[in-house]
Design a protein around this ligand. Structure first.
Ligand code: C2E
Ligand code: CA
Ligand code: CA
Length: 666
């Protein structure tokens, strides 16, 4: 059985208490007995002295009475005696206390129930003690009894006075000393030992320095040992997860990383790209120039890949010349392609390794989580297959696992490139679609709609390139071109006497561009247009995240005098709460609702929107009106404006100018 030091020391202290107590108790009893026997001897001495005086002085029993004063004096001198008497058998001859004028019975004097072994007991239990008076009455020897009745009250008082003093000096003091010793032991030994034990077990909190030399040396050597062990553990851990040659993560680390990433991504329902990179013809380098050059090259390749990646991307070496790269938190696959192209471009520089010029290319296969695989093994297999596809197609390229995706991504990348080039080549043009008053039929303004006039492909409508431009951020740059061009056109028209209000579509990412406000102000200044003749069409995506920024940007636009229309109303995030909160002047009802005007639900929706818009003091604009009946219906429910092929398609500048000459403006 094991017992802890705390309990052990407690037990030891209790044992010491017990022994000490026994010793003191014994000593105390001994002292008490001594005191009692001194008192007893004193009393007996008094008795014999009085007896002697009587014996010498009296000749008859009658003489006894004349010794009252002597008896009185002795009683009063002795605190422990409250009455003294002289008895002749049972007759009281003389007493100092008149209450005792009969002789006490024998049992009163001798408490025969208790064996009178000790002086203490004799004093405390007996009623009184006896002496004798012997004298000669003539020739006859007489014997009288002399009796002291004991004052037990006084005796007890005297004894307990001793007891208290004894308890204080011999009982309390040692207890205090023991308790003090206990605390000192606790502080210097027991608690440090407990701390050491905890440290040894859990290694959680390093104990502070101890006062006792031996304990302190144990503590400091423990601290040293543990920190060395921890260091070794860390080294082992990182060794088990690091590729010894190039210092990148190895397969173990990749497995761990993916486990976490897959768990996170499945929870957040996000995608990530798993890239398998293989160097082309690496074997040739190894075979012709030797392994040490091959190793050197791998190290260089590793550091290049590492430097190209963003901080939250991951790279591991999983085989001779095979690397796995994991990319996440990207906006589009075009961004993934950009990273890949950067890696391939940087690897494809002419290397000089130990004076040998080496040229190397790489093939990359891409699998996407969760589409192409939901665990590491299938992602690895599919990325590997894709990588072989890239090799088959002539190496030095990348390939997605699925053909469709591969084609789509290649297309997007080509579009991304040509879309940007088109801006430099001035291939964009604005078309304008009239906005018409439902009641009067007058033209109240136009909406600017972009067209890409490609020399090779003809007119490309915005739904082909605007979504990609929004995804990759090009829309911001393109949007500023639209803004400048629309304002410039407005001025050109004004100079020709055509004063038209223009609505411009502004993408959410452009509104949230930090430079938006300042650019807007400077463009307005340059063009000298009247902001009241401007309207910005925004979409509900702006309210996807409600924060200070999106609220402020609308306020700024408004404060400049520009009105705000909410485009495609009803198709997006449609929460009515923001309609009240944000400064919106016009609601544009999406074409799909206008198309449904002749169904019950469609009609209810349109009428509700019109009523709500009127209540909020907004103008309602119907989009995509193609038929006379639609227009008549809109008139009946009180819609303000409309756009649509019924009035006109979006027109180029020349066409619009002609259109305006034939129609009434208002
Ligand atoms: P949107 O802003 O809702 O523009 C209305 C679209 O409906 C235009 O297509 C217009 O041609 C078409 N439309 C108008 N009336 C009718 C009709 O009666 N019938 C039919 N079938 N269609 C009609 P478009 O010009 O192809 O533009 C498509 C979208 O591209 C726009 O939708 C807008 O979201 C975006 N877009 C166009 N230009 C720009 C621009 O300069 N900047 C930004 N950020 N987006 C633009
Ligand atoms: Ca629009
Ligand atoms: Ca619209």
């Amino acid at each position: 059985m094991l017992i802890n030091i705390q309990k052990f020391s407690l037990f030891m202290f209790l044992l010491m208490f017990a022994i000490l107590y026994a010793i003191f108790a014994d000593y105390y009893l001994d002292q008490r007995e001594r005191t009692a026997s001194v008192i007893l001897r004193g009393l007996q001495h008094d008795l014999s002295e009085i007896g002697y005086v009587f014996s010498r002085s009296i000749t008859s029993k009658k003489d006894v009475k004349s010794f009252r004063a002597l008896l009185e004096r002795h009683r009063s001198q002795n605190d422990f005696v409250f009455a003294a008497m002289v008895l002749d058998d049972s007759e009281v001859l003389l007493t100092t206390d008149p209450r005792y004028n009969t002789a006490p019975s024998k049992s009163m004097v001798y408490n025969s129930a208790v064996p009178m072994s000790s002086a203490y007991e004799q004093l405390m239990k007996k009623k009184g003690i006896e002496g004798v008076i012997r004298f000669y009455e003539g020739e006859k020897r007489q014997e009288l009894k002399l009796l002291f009745l004991l004052d037990h009250e006084e005796l007890r008082l005297n004894m307990s006075k001793n007891k208290t003093a004894f308890l204080v000096s011999f009982g309390l003091l040692p207890i205090l000393i023991l308790v003090l010793a206990w605390f000192i032991l606790q502080y210097f030994v027991i608690r440090p030992l407990e701390k050491l034990r905890q440290y040894a077990y859990y290694q959680s909190k390093v104990p502070k320095t101890f006062k006792l030399k031996e304990l302190e040396s144990i503590r400091s050597s423990m601290v040293q040992t543990f920190s060395r062990l921890e260091l070794e553990q860390k080294e082992l851990y990182s060794m088990a997860r690091t590729d010894a040659l190039c210092g990148l993560a190895n397969r173990n680390a990749l497995t761990e990383y993916l486990k976490r990433l897959i768990a996170d991504s499945s929870r957040a329902k996000t995608e990530f790209a798993f890239l398998f990179l293989d160097l082309d013809h690496f074997k040739t380098v190894n075979d012709s120039l030797g392994h040490s050059i091959g190793d050197e090259l791998l190290k260089e390749v590793a550091s290049v890949i590492h430097s190209v990646l963003r901080s939250n991307d991951f790279v591991a070496r999983v085989g001779g010349d095979e690397f796995v790269i994991v990319l996440h938190q990207y906006k589009s696959l075009v961004e993934v392609a950009e990273v890949i192209e950067r890696i391939q471009k940087r690897l494809n520089i002419p290397w000089v390794i130990q004076t040998y010029p080496i040229e190397i290319t790489s093939s990359i296969g891409i699998a996407l989580y969760p589409k192409d695989g939901e665990d590491m093994i299938s992602l690895m297999q599919h990325a590997d297959i894709a990588m072989y596809e890239a090799k088959n197609k002539g190496r030095a390229q990348y390939h997605y696992f699925t053909k469709e995706l591969n084609a789509k991504v290649q297309e997007s990348i080509a579009l991304d490139k040509s879309m940007r080039e088109a801006l430099k080549a001035n291939e964009y043009e604005l078309y304008y679609q009239p906005k018409t008053n439902v009641y009067s039929g007058k033209i109240v303004g136009v909406e600017a709609l972009i067209r890409w006039i490609s020399p090779s492909k003809g007119i490309i409508p915005p739904n082909v390139f605007i979504p990609l431009a929004e995804e990759n951020g090009f829309i911001v740059e393109l949007g500023y071109w639209v803004l400048e061009e629309a304002l410039a056109q407005q001025i050109r028209w004004k100079e020709k006497g055509l004063d038209l209000a223009i609505s411009i579509n502004i993408a959410t990412s452009q509104l949230l561009d930090p430079a938006f406000e300042s650019k807007l102000v400077s463009v307005l200044k340059q063009s000298k247009t009247d902001p009241v003749k401007l309207d910005f069409e925004i979409t509900e995506y702006l309210f996807f995240e409600q924060n200070k920024d999106n609220f402020e940007v609308l306020n700024t636009i408004r404060s400049l005098g520009i009105s705000i229309s909410l485009d495609d109303f009803g198709t997006g995030y449609s929460s009515l709460s923001y309609l009240k909160k944000f400064p919106i002047d016009n609601l544009k009802i999406d074409k799909s609702f206008v198309d449904d005007y002749d169904t019950f639900e469609g009609a209810v929706f349109l009428e509700t929107i019109v009523k709500m818009g009127q209540a909020l003091q907004m103008k309602i604009i119907a989009e995509g009106v193609e038929q006379k009946e639609q227009l008549e219906y809109l008139l009946a429910i009180g819609c303000d404006l409309y756009q649509g092929y019924y009035c006109s398609k979006p027109l180029c500048v020349k066409e619009l100018e002609a259109f305006c000459q034939e129609h009434e403006l208002g």
